[in-house]
Design a protein around this ligand. Sequence first.
Ligand SMILES: [Zn+2]
Length: 113
Amino acid sequence: MHEMSLCQNIAELIEAAAQRERFLRVRTVTLEIGRLAAVEPGALEFCFDAAMRGGCAEGARLEIVATDGRAWCLGCSHEILISRPLDPCPRCGSGRVQVTGGTQMRIKELEVE
Ligand SMILES: [Zn+2]
């Protein structure tokens, strides 16, 4: 399950930020996840607590902000928003779309004390 390694990755980023910015505890972790990132938010929440155990974000609350998937339609030459990688263009119905954004996951905000 790759959500577990993503969570461990997040834990490492938080520890690095804690050393850099000198905070001890994290109260809330806000993650921004693109709708095309192939990350299952439920699975991520499931792994989060276990991955944060023993670190400064142990017991922290997880908030997930979903960002739209963006793509360029080759059929009508418009930028479009899609929620799944293989969605057709909502403007013209073409399946010839190139994904341009919304495939990333990043830490948007850490509420620390
Ligand atoms: Zn189109």
